[in-house]
Design a binder for this molecule. Sequence first.
Ligand code: MN
Length: 253
Amino acid sequence: MRILVTNDDGIMAPGLLALRRALMELGDVTVVAPTTPQSAVGHAITLTDPVRVHRVSLGDGTVGWAVEGSPADCVKMALYELMPERPDLVASGINLGANVGINVLYSGTVAAAIEAAFIGLPAMSVSIEPAETVDFDGAARIARRLIDQTIARDPSRPALLNVNVPDLSKGPPKGVKVVPQSLKGWRESWERRTHPRGGTYYWMVGEMRTEEEGAETDVAALADRYVTVTPLRFDLTDHGRLDDVRGWGLRLD
Ligand code: MN
């Protein structure tokens, strides 16, 4: 099996190496990841600049490709230029920081998986909650186990799965739950400061809302220490509203 591993935390991120190590047991792994951290760039692609690519040592005796671009750029570059053959699976992560709730929309980690799904490949994004000591290898083993089960499924319906792992330093997760994405967003908050030459600037200091009342969602299940699995789709059309909006009789005159 050929596997592409990418991320949004950059080619030097420990989560990337952990994922590569765990997935090497399943087949040939190619690493193509952004040169610099690209968290929260979403599905950005590079249009007005050249996309430079460097062959780099990953520090563990293996090599990968560093792409001066976004996670979506990395997947395009890997599939259309760098990999001699199409991969059988694309895995993105292990991201430092959960990608649940509305963060799924901001996430470059998830966008890389979606980019793979665009072209019909099974894809999985994997993220872990932040902690003082982050067990990336533990999260990667969980990812590997889930990938094992995913690839055994109907290949005519490639899955796009967003996986989140709770902080493993608090003990093993309670299990795995397949849950919908929460619509919880950020508790928006900005710190306003003045720079030395008198201008104003801001830091985003808001926090992700982690409380969820009664609903079975990724936010709630992760807070309850389950590994969460959310099947995603990238069709943004609100099909249920098509007929409603057609009924408005929109006109140009
Ligand atoms: Mn990230």
